[in-house]
Write a new protein. Structure first.
Length: 314
C-alpha cells in the first residue's frame, strides 16, 4: 500500500456524534473535552450540510495523470484539489503528489499480503474491459496482461506543532510535550481491484430512486428515506435491504468506505519473471491505459447545477 502522510489522529466525526452545543457559564472549569465538543459541533453541522446538499465527490482539481507516459520512470501524479468524502468532510490535497509506478508494483510483489492481492487482481489480455470507446460505444479491450487499480483520496488528520505541556503519566515520566494543532489533509492510496470486480461509484439517491428520476419521487426520497440512511445506527455505504452502493474493496485493504475515488488505472504487467513487474515498454498514453476519471463522483455547487439546467433548457 502507498501512504503519503503519517501520525494519524482519530477523528470524532467518524462516530457521527449527536448535535450537542457547548453551554458555557461563569465559574465552570473548562477542560480539553469542552473545547473539543465545541469544535465537533461546528464540524459536524458543516459535514451534514455538505453531505446532504452537495454529495460526496471531487469539488475542484485532483487530476490524475501519468508523467512521463512511457519508460521506467513513469509516475502517477495527482494535482492539488478539494473533495467531499462520504461523511461530508472536506478533504484537501494542497500539493502535487507523485508515486513511482514501477516502484509501487515492486513493493506489492515483495509483500506477502499485497502480492496475494496483486495475483488475485491480475487479468489476461482482452478481459474485463473497464471503459467504452466514446466514438463507437464498444468496450475497449486491454491488449496486455494487466491489473486494475483505483486511486482513492481519504480524509487524514495529522498531529502537528508540539508544544510544552504538563506531564500526563506518573511523576517519573517526562512527556511534557503535546501536539497543539491538527492538520486536516488528504491521504492517497492505490488499491488493486479483484479480477472481475469493476464496481463504480454510485450515490444514495441513485440507489433508492427509479429511473428516470422525477421531482415527485425525489421529494418522497428526501421526506421518507434520506434521513434514515445517514444516521449513526445505519451504515451509509450499504443499503438496509441488502446490497451496497460502495465501490470500495474493504477486505484486507483497511478502507472504511469514506474514501473518494479519483481514477481507475489499467497498469500493464510483465509476468515473465519470478514476480509480476510493471511493463515499462508500453506507452500509457494509449486509450486502453489512460486514467479513467469519467467514473469519479463530483460534488456540484448550486451555480454549476444552474448552469447545467440553463444549457438543457436552451
Amino acid at each position: 500500500m502507498a501512504s503519503f502522510v503519517a501520525h494519524p489522529v482519530e477523528d470524532d466525526l467518524e462516530r457521527r456524534p449527536p448535535t450537542e452545543r457547548l453551554y458555557l457559564f461563569d465559574g465552570a472549569l473548562l477542560t480539553q473535552e469542552h473545547f473539543r465538543a465545541e469544535q465537533l459541533y461546528h464540524r459536524g453541522q458543516a459535514s451534514r450540510l455538505g453531505l446532504h446538499l452537495h454529495g460526496a465527490g471531487t469539488i475542484a482539481g485532483l487530476d490524475v495523470r501519468y508523467a512521463p507516459t512511457s519508460g521506467p520512470d513513469v509516475e502517477v501524479q495527482v494535482s492539488p484539489g478539494l473533495a467531499l468524502d462520504r461523511l461530508g468532510r472536506i478533504v484537501e490535497l494542497p500539493y502535487l503528489s507523485c508515486l513511482d509506478l514501477g516502484l509501487w508494483v515492486g513493493q506489492q510483489a515483495n509483500d506477502i499480503l499485497d502480492a496475494a492481492r496483486l495475483t488475485a487482481g491480475t487479468r489476461a489480455p482482452g478481459t474485463d474491459p473497464i471503459r467504452d470507446d466514446p466514438g463507437t460505444g464498444d468496450p475497449i479491450q486491454i491488449p496486455s496482461d494487466h491489473v486494475v487499480v483505483d486511486v482513492y483520496l481519504s480524509f487524514h488528520a495529522c498531529a502537528r506543532n508540539p508544544e510544552p505541556a504538563f506531564a500526563t503519566a506518573n511523576a517519573d515520566t517526562i512527556d511534557g510535550v503535546q501536539p497543539s494543532r491538527v492538520l486536516d489533509t488528504g491521504h492517497l492510496r492505490m488499491i488493486v481491484r479483484p479480477s472481475g470486480d469493476n464496481r463504480i461509484p454510485s450515490s444514495l439517491p441513485a440507489s433508492q430512486l427509479p429511473a428516470p428520476v422525477t421531482l415527485e419521487n425525489l421529494r418522497d426520497y428526501k421526506r421518507l428515506v434520506a434521513w434514515g440512511l445517514v444516521q449513526p445506527s445505519a451504515n451509509p455505504f450499504s443499503m438496509p435491504a441488502g446490497g451496497t452502493i460502495s465501490e470500495h474493496v474493504t477486505a484486507g485493504n483497511y478502507q472504511d468506505g469514506s474514501e473518494v475515488l479519483l481514477a481507475r488505472l489499467t497498469i500493464p504487467l510483465d509476468l515473465s519473471g519470478a514476480a509480476p513487474a510493471f511493463d515499462d515498454t508500453i506507452d500509457l498514453d494509449q486509450a486502453p491505459y489512460r486514467p479513467n476519471q469519467d467514473i469519479r463522483p463530483y460534488s456540484y455547487s448550486a451555480d454549476e447545477l444552474a448552469l447545467i439546467a440553463a444549457n438543457i433548457r436552451s
